[in-house]
Ligand binder design. Structure first.
Ligand code: SAM
Length: 227
């Protein structure tokens, strides 16, 4: 039987469990070297792409969570339209409050990653940070295909997410995160399959531009271009 319309669809929430969302921002700041990788993501968003270079005036942050990156994007790109999409309506309220406190405008939308409410070619950049490891393999590829669809030719996807642990210490660290977020969604990350999944979604020049050791495992920044 299909779920009743007022029941939220199943998803892995930001902190792995409903009710822990208030802890999300401090936990990420303390355990995931947040400042370093968010700065690198912003750098990749601002790095020119396309020939001739495409001006960046529409950016999507997919799985925006508490809105930290979307707010930073709006601050960095004052003339641009920034959209933040998440499946969790409660977390979008937190994100909107964060944007209000920062005095920036972000278009918040509740939607699933596999079915984005935007026309093809809407954005020059899509960011997707710490989201794909929440999705089961079929949903992951559907989300990546949607990223490609909503990107303009010459646009860029910037992903920050968990990669194959580079040593036993990182493997043990990532096991803890897998216990929280689930082995189904995180398994392909432990096996280092994310770059291949991005390429399989039709994006080209998939490159790892950063790999960080963190107390929660090996965090990678991947970029890919839209032909
Ligand atoms: C770990 S949080 C990351 C939040 C944010 N991107 C960041 O960098 O802090 C993962 C987010 O993905 C969202 N999410 C999970 N499944 C989703 C789906 N199918 N579609 C859209 N968002 C989803 C969760 O609600 C959560 O806010």
């Amino acid at each position: 039987m299909p779920p009743a319309r007022d029941q939220p669809a199943a998803f892995v929430p930001a902190a792995g469990r409903h009710g822990l969302t208030a802890l999300y921002d401090p936990v990420v700041a303390l355990t995931m070297r947040e400042e370093r990788w968010r700065a690198r993501v912003l750098e990749e968003v601002q790095r020119p792409s396309g020939d001739p270079p495409v001006p960046v005036d529409r950016v999507l942050d997919l799985g925006c969570g508490t809105g930290t990156l979307a707010v930073a994007l709006a601050q960095r790109l004052p003339g641009a339209v920034v959209a933040g999409v998440d499946v969790d309506p409660a977390i979008l309220e937190r994100a909107a409050a964060k944007a209000d406190r920062a005095g920036v405008r972000v278009e918040w939308r509740e939607a699933r990653a596999g079915r984005l409410p935007f026309a093809a070619g809407t954005f020059q950049r899509v960011t997707c940070t710490l989201v794909l490891h929440h999705l089961l393999p079929g949903d992951k590829i559907a989300a990546l295909r949607e990223c490609r669809r909503v990107l303009q030719p010459g646009g860029r996807l910037v992903v920050a997410d968990w990669g194959r642990p580079q040593d036993p210490v990182m493997r043990a660290a990532f096991f803890g995160l897998q216990l929280l977020d689930g082995f189904g969604p995180t398994g392909e990350h432990a096996r280092g399959l994310l770059p291949a999944r991005i390429a399989a979604a039709g994006l080209r020049d998939v490159r790892r531009v950063e790999r960080l050791r963190t107390p929660a495992g090996t965090l990678e920044i991947l970029v890919a271009e839209r032909s």
